[in-house]
Design a protein around this ligand. Structure first.
Ligand code: ADP
Ligand code: ZN
Ligand code: ZN
Length: 732
């Protein structure tokens, strides 16, 4: 990046304040060790006053760490150091970096408060990791250094066609007009293939054109899954604002790249930040617009540390910055759907969000016809029912592509001995080890423990141990066998390939495999949810979910919502290109479902692509049962060597909460502790306890007051390895 755009100022060397030098107190947020009860900024001496938001290096214990100068506790002019604690001086200031602004600090403070974590932990986790390791001297050098070539692979392949704005369809026009006219937040409810990306691009373009400093944040669930989106944003905006104006932020980048993007956003040089959930914490002083694409996606919820929802924080941040927020999805989360309900007679206010409808696909493209196969009527044991196999064969023979979805990787979820009943259980978890045939291993998907497949049953020596159930590996193998005599129009044998977490471990592997699909070298793609999301495939005309029933009877109340979204998204990959369909003779694209429950209401709604119906039914059930979004939840989890110890801790803290009559308690319901669904992982027993309230505020009060109880209880429960609070948990 051009160095003149970054304010570099001479470095203040760290001078320990001596008696002669006037010193002042500063509060500094530092990342304190997990489970220390320090949640407030610490006080240090500094030779000069430092603005809140300044990055500093400070001593902490025997280490020197990065900290952020923080606003002092309200009303307090001098810090109260515990007796006997000697004040320490800051070690240095990262002068080249302008202080983080008040809005960023408020976002961090809110996140820490709402998700029940220490402020310093959240503040430091919100900064790029490399910042933690740089001394002021290194930082100054880093800022001065001429940046190398920065274009990513994605950027190099800018295609001219993508650079020009498309002429909007009437429904895209209406959506963009309303985004212009209203304040939002918006829920862009657009069918798969309705052209939501073009609406985002327009909104970004408007925001950036209106103000020469304006910045836009565009979040996607997993950037590796949506390389096309990144390409389209680069293609559109790099020519207008320069290659440096578009930066990415996600965990697949090197620490140096992440720091570079972060600095570009912080200095205002980057106008558009494309990123995953972590990007919600980017320092964006001129933030004017936030887009959350596929807002229903579970990956917006962080699953460790502060378990924040980047989607919910986006809404909060938008309000702070007066920035417009657009949440987009074909299958919105029921929370967002409910929050965007239109006003009605009984509910004249309606929800807080504005719902923008884009029901139809771009051009003449139709949503696929949903075909439901009753597995009760099919030959026993068939993985692919004869009509589905026939349909796939016909598509491939015409040169069209198919996509087969199974949300379970590996060859089979378990190996079993019929003689003695042995099963391939993981020795460290309450879960089976999955059979991976390709490298003849048994692998635990929870703790990673891997073994060679035994030659004979470890229980009785029987050599005939057999897989039960199936995963994507097996589907790929079976389908390749079933289609071995099928010939494509290019007069070659049909090709089957698989995309899942196992085939895409190597960097760039997913992109390579997707490229093979796009170039038509693969006829049938087998995979997990990875292939169902977001991709703009042009030649896929048939999608099949071969075993979707599992989630119908899950104990997690969100399971139907997730299944519906997954199937709708998968269906959304078929028949996206109307001109291709027409050129192929106009055969309607299809979504096949193999099920033992063909009458299930979820499938009935899916058949009509009727998300509103499905959502209304689900919301009614949730309202009746007092579940989110009509109630607010938090989970407390305890991990210990034994299940008894984990539960005893949870019992103790809920008893203590009752005994202390904690604030908010009268509106909060504490459920009894229970083992988690997968109770033991890596030899650690896990228990959890649900806390529920119809008042968000009361729940927040209660949780805040409870923190000290939880911290204190830990010392009485030495067997507890860790505990954590998950506010608005996504999986129960
Ligand atoms: P969604 O995200 O809603 O599933 P996309 O944004 O991927 O849909 O758009 C689907 C396809 O339609 C893409 O190939 C895109 O280039 C194309 N498209 C979008 N808007 C238009 C338009 N106004 N005119 C022509 N093609 C469009
Ligand atoms: Zn046996
Ligand atoms: Zn395991």
């Amino acid at each position: 990046m051009p160095e003149e755009q970054i304010p570099v100022s001479p470095l203040t060397q760290s001078t320990p304040p001596d008696a002669a030098q006037p010193s002042c107190w500063v509060w500094v947020a530092v990342a304190t060790p997990a489970h220390s009860s320090v949640s407030e900024p610490l006080s240090y001496l500094s030779p000069s006053a430092l603005a809140p938001g300044t990055l500093v290096r400070v001593p902490l214990g025997r280490r020197e760490v990065l900290g952020v100068v923080w606003d002092g506790p309200e009303g307090e002019v001098a810090p109260g150091l515990p007796q006997g604690v000697k004040a320490r001086s800051i070690a240095g200031v990262l002068e080249g970096v302008t202080p983080l602004d008040a809005r960023w600090r408020r976002l961090v403070a809110f996140t820490a408060r709402y998700y029940q974590r220490a402020l310093g932990e959240v503040a430091l986790a919100a900064l790029p990791p490399q910042l933690r390791d740089l001394t002021p001297e290194q930082m100054a050098r880093r800022l001065k250094r001429k940046a190398g070539h920065s274009a990513t692979d994605a950027a190099r392949q800018i295609d001219a066609a993508a650079a020009a704005p498309l002429e909007l369809t009437p429904q895209q026009r209406e959506a963009t007009d309303r985004i212009e006219a209203d304040a939002g937040p918006f829920l862009l409810y657009g069918a798969t293939g309705s052209g939501k990306t073009e609406v985002y691009l327009h909104a970004v373009q408007h925001a950036l054109a209106r103000n020469p400093h304006a910045q836009a944040l565009v979040m996607v669930p997993e950037i590796n899954l949506t390389p096309q989106l990144e390409q389209r944003f680069r293609a559109r905006f790099a020519p207008l604002y320069g290659e440096e104006a578009v930066v990415s932020m996600h965990s697949g980048m090197t620490p140096a790249q992440r720091l570079k993007s972060w600095l570009a956003a912080h200095t205002g040089q980057a106008r558009i930040v494309l990123g995953t959930r972590m990007a919600v914490f980017a320092s964006l002083p001129h933030l004017a617009l936030i887009v959350v694409d596929e807002e229903h996606d579970a990956s917006y919820k962080q699953q460790e540390g502060a378990r924040y929802s980047a989607r919910d924080l986006a809404i909060w941040r938008g309000r702070e910055h007066d920035a417009k927020v657009i949440l987009g999805s074909a299958t919105p989360s029921l929370e967002s759907w409910h929050a965007s309900r239109p006003p009605s007679k009984d509910d004249p206010q309606g929800g807080r969000y504005r719902r923008l409808d884009m029901p139809s696909r771009v051009g003449a493209a139709e949503l696929p016809r949903v075909r439901i196969v009753d597995m009760g009527q099919q030959p026993r044991g068939a993985v692919f029912s004869p009509p589905l196999l026939q349909a796939i064969t016909e598509r491939v023979e015409r040169g069209e592509q198919c996509l087969v979805l199974l949300n379970r990787r590996g060859f089979a979820p378990v190996l079993h001995c019929k003689e003695c009943g042995w099963k391939s259980d993981c020795p460290h978890c309450s879960a089976h080890q999955v059979f991976h045939k390709i490298d003849r291993t048994l692998r635990c998907h929870h703790c990673g423990f891997t073994q060679r497949v035994p030659h004979a049953c470890p229980g009785c020596g029987n050599v005939d141990i057999a897989p039960i159930g199936r995963g994507t590996e097996q589907l790929e193998e079976q389908l390749a066998a079933l289609l071995r005599n099928v010939i494509t129009p290019e007069r070659r044998a049909a090709r089957v390939a698989r995309i899942d977490a196992d085939t895409t471990k190597a960097k760039g592997a997913l992109q390579e495999q997707l490229a093979l699909v796009h170039s038509g070298e693969i006829d049938v793609l087998v995979g997990t949810q990875m292939i169902a999301k977001g991709h703009d495939f042009r030649r896929i005309t048939l999608v099949a979910a071969v075993q979707p029933d599992g989630a119908l009877f899950s104990s997690d109340f969100r399971a139907p919502e997730r299944l519906f979204a997954l199937l709708m998204q998968a269906a959304g990959r078929a028949g996206r290109d109307a001109s291709y369909i027409a050129a192929q003779g106009g055969n309607t694209p299809e979504m096949w479902l193999q099920t033992w429950h063909p009458e299930h209401t979820l499938y009935a709604a899916l058949r009509r692509h009727d998300f509103p119906r499905f959502a209304a039914d689900q919301l009614q059930e949730r309202a009746d049962a007092g579940l989110p979004p009509f109630a607010y939840q938090a989970l407390v989890r305890a991990d210990a060597r034994t299940q008894e110890a984990a539960q005893a801790f949870l019992h103790a803290v809920s008893e203590a909460a009752r005994a202390a009559q904690l604030p908010g308690l009268e509106h909060v319901f504490l459920f009894p502790p229970v083992p988690m669904a997968v109770q033991r992982v890596a030899n650690v027993e896990r228990a959890q306890m649900l806390i529920e309230s119809t008042h968000r505020g009361a729940l927040q009060h209660f949780l805040a007051a409870w923190q000290s109880v939880l911290h204190a209880a830990r010392s009485d429960h030495k067997a507890v390895i860790r505990w954590l609070v998950d506010v608005d948990p996504q999986a129960i």
